[in-house]
Every structure is written in C-alpha cells, then in structure tokens.
Design a protein around this ligand. Structure first.
Ligand code: HEM
Length: 422
C-alpha cells in the first residue's frame, strides 16, 4: 500500500461548495478502513493526520456511495483529539439525526433508537435500555458467556489450529448477542448475510433487499414476543414502559433494529484484530499470560489501538471553526483512528501498552452516545482472553496465511492461527 504522508499527497481538485477552502479538500478514504494493509499496526499509516502541520479541519472529497447515504456529498473531517471530543460532546452544535438510518433507503421513516435521537429526548431511551446493560445484569450473564467461550475453545484446543476470525470471532459474540435478545439460533447465517449486505456491499440493490428482509423478520419477531413474552431483551423492550406508557410501534422497531445493527459484528471485528496483533507481537501474549491482572487494561488498549469505526455528526446551525464556515446540515466525521493516537493525549501513542493507566479513547465514541453495548463487549473480551490463555499456548499466524487486514469494521475475514500441541 502506498503511504501518503503529506497533505499535498492527499489533496484533490474536485468541485466543492463555494464556502469550502480549496486547500482543505482531500481524499481521506484511505483512513476510513476501506484500504487494506499488512502492517503489524494497521492504523500506523494515518498517524501523521493528527500532526501539528495538519489543519485542524479538513474536507473529505465526495465519495461514490448509494444516494440515500449522502452519495455525492463531501464532509468535514477532524483528526485531533480535542476536536473529536468537542464533536461528540457539544450537543448544541452537533446532531446525530439520520445516523445509521439505512432504513431510509427503502422509504422507512422510523428512527434508529437511541443512536439517531438527540438530547434531551435521547435520555429517555437511554434510560429505558440501560438497565439491560448494567453491571448487575452483565454479572448475571457472565457464567453463560464463560460457558460459550470454554465450549468453543475446547472444540479446537487439541487440534493446534483455528481460523480465529471466521470460525471463532465471527461466531462467539453473535451467539451471546442472539441469546441476550432471544433471537432463534438458526437465523445466525441469515443475520450475518443481511448485515454484510447492509454495511459492506456498497450495492444499493443488495442493501435494499437485505433491509426488507431484516425489517420484515424483526417486525414479525416483535409481534411474536407481544403474543408470547419471554425473559429476553426484545420481549422486555416490547412489554416495558417508557415514561409511564407503552412504546409505540415506531419505537419498538427503532430500538430492536438498532440493537440488531450495533450488536452483530462489532465485537467480531475487534476479536479478529486483537488476535492478529498478538500473533504478530508474541511478547504481548507472554506479558498477559504472566500478568492476568493486566487483562482489563490490555482490552482497553486493544480497543484504543484498533478503533473499528469513524463516527459522524451533522451541524445544527452555521458556525465558524478553525478558520472555516460550517453550514447547517453539513456532516463532520471524527477520525477516531487518528484521535486515538494523538500524542497530546496518549504518551507514546503508537506503543501497545497493556498497563496504560489512563485510556480515554474514542472507539466507543464519547458523550451521550457512548456505546451502550460497551460493558458487554468489554466483558466478552476479558472472559475470552482469560479462558484462551488458560487453554492455548503461544500461537502464531499459520505459515503462508495472508494476514492482510482492513483497519476497520471489515477487519480480517480469515486468520488461521497455529500452536504446538503437547
Ligand atoms: C467492540 C465492540 C463495539 C464497538 C467498537 C462499538 C462501537 C460503537 C460506537 C462507535 C457507537 C457510537 C456511534 C456514534 O455515536 O456515531 C456505538 C453506539 C452504540 N452501540 Fe456499540 N459498539 C460495540 C458493541 C456493541 C454491542 C455488543 C452492542 C449491543 C449489544 C452495541 C450497541 C450500541 C448502541 C445501542 C449504541 C447507541 C448508543 C446511544 O446512541 O446512546 N454496541 N457503538
């Protein structure tokens, strides 16, 4: 992969709105997880974007995307820690309306709840869902999570080999998530196919077909839970009370849909990159085996050093920032893969430090929309590492295997690992 390291190398001359200064217009798609590389630290090619010589706000040239997702439009990009933090926390200026509302592609008008709802209204949905992700609730789930991990690892431990991305990482968190929601296990492959078409196909026809399929399924599933309540999350959402009243049909599908979208492949992408890093850097494995008390801070460091998403907001009104005018309705993308390595915030930012004492990264963003599933995701990763190190000795990438990675949500689809079996 070519590694552009200067602003000039990514500047592009394309038509942009008249208020956008030409010298800020760049093509930054290479830092959005769509260009693969084979580096030990796959996010390394972007670290110069938070350097002092880079303007604090850039304008990403229009990209070809299906039209209802903002195709043909450019967007502002911030790459420095402080600026990213402002976008996530200044709710008077930045809005989440329309975020992740893929359903608009087939004319649906319900909102993705809670992600696409702004404060103060956001709080009521967050409060409604939060108890299901509380530490107490997660503690109750822990034995089940541990059972699933142990059962899966024991299936391959004696073989000395596993495709950790496809056969393990892709499956484990989805089994936990489907159990939490109460979804039927046979839907596993269909869910992942729909999710892939919606998030990664970049093909409008496939996205629309997948959206129709998943929304028809989710509406049917909600109706079934209305008639036959159970103890799982979809049923609890459907039968609960929001500020003293039953949720509307739009609220029910908005919450269930967004949990479906947010909960399926995010942990899988994190797992595949985490094991890739440990296989390429065995000293991390040695350190964690010798110091299991570091597993929690190490998971935080894996999360910091492999942010799988760059999130966006839109401007609520016109305002001036870092020498440019941002107009109401324009999008601002936060390049988490740059902010998470800002040396002003993280000393020795490129080093993987499993004991990093303060680690306020943006992998789960910041502010009111900080990932609701983060406590579950963290716990899944802690438990996984504990049980893995108890059963699998030092591992490496299988000789000859391709470890090329997309540093983002697509990550790595196959990652065969091997270890010596006694
Ligand atoms: C390592 C795994 C995960 C990562 C990296 C991740 C990342 C994110 C990010 C970046 C956001 C904010 C997006 C934005 O504001 O634009 C978010 C929000 C959210 N995530 Fe996650 N997520 C993960 C796992 C999960 C899981 C397992 C679930 C559900 C079971 C989940 C449910 C949610 C929900 C409901 C929100 C919306 C929160 C709100 O708007 O208040 N996430 N996640």
């Amino acid at each position: 992969m070519t590694k552009p390291r200067t602003l000039d190398s990514i500047r592009v001359d394309v038509p942009v709105p008249p208020h956008v200064p030409k010298d800020r217009v760049v093509d930054i798609s290479f830092a959005m997880g769509s260009v693969p590389n084979d580096l030990r630290d796959p996010y390394e090619p972007f670290d110069w974007l938070n350097g002092p010589e880079i303007p604090r706000i850039l304008y990403n040239a229009p990209q070809a995307r299906p039209s209802a997702l903002g195709g043909g439009k450019g967007n502002w990009v911030v790459t420095h820690y402080d600026d990213i933090e402002r976008v996530y926390t200044d709710n008077d200026t930045f809005s989440n309306k329309g975020t992740a509302e893929f359903q608009a592609l087939i004319g649906e008008t319900f909102r993705s709840i809670p992600l696409a709802v702004d404060p103060p209204e956001h709080a009521k949905y967050r409060m409604y869902l939060m108890p299901h992700f509380s530490p107490a609730r997660l503690k109750l789930m822990e034995p089940h999570i541990r059972d699933v991990v142990v059962e899966m690892i024991e299936e391959f431990a004696a073989k000395g080999e596993v495709d950790v991305a496809w056969d393990f990482g892709r499956v484990y968190p989805v089994r936990i998530f489907m159990g939490l929601m109460g979804f039927p296990p046979p839907m596993f492959d269909q869910f992942l196919d729909w999710e892939w078409d919606i998030l990664h196909s970049n093909d409008l026809g496939k996205m629309q077909a997948a959206l129709r399929g998943v929304l028809e399924f989710l509406r049917g599933f909600i109706a079934e839970k209305e008639a036959n309540p159970d103890d799982h999350l979809v049923s609890r959402i459907v039968h609960g009370e929001i500020e003293g009243r039953a949720p509307t049909e739009e609220e029910k599908i908005g919450m269930v849909w967004f949990l479906w979208l947010g909960g399926l492949d995010t942990v899988a992408a994190t797992i595949s990159q985490m094991f890739r890093r440990m296989a390429l850097e065995p000293e991390i494995q040695t350190r964690l085996r010798g110091h299991p008390e570091l597993i929690e801070t190490a998971v935080e460091e894996f999360l910091r050093t492999q942010p799988i998403l760059s999130s966006g907001r839109s401007a609520k009104h016109d305002f001036e920032w870092h020498g440019v005018t941002i107009k109401a309705g324009e999008s601002i993308t936060c390049l988490n893969s740059s902010g998470n390595f800002d040396p002003a915030q993280f000393p020795d930012a490129r080093t993987f430090d499993p004991a990093r004492p303060i680690n306020r990264h943006f992998t789960f963003v910041g502010g009111v929309h900080r990932c609701l599933g983060a406590p579950l995701a963290r716990r899944e990763l802690w438990i996984l590492l504990e049980e893995w190190f108890n059963r699998i000795p030092e591992f490496r990438v299988k000789p000859g295997a391709d470890s090329t990675v997309f540093p983002g949500l697509m990550s790595i689809r196959n990652l065969p690992l091997v270890w010596d079996v006694k």
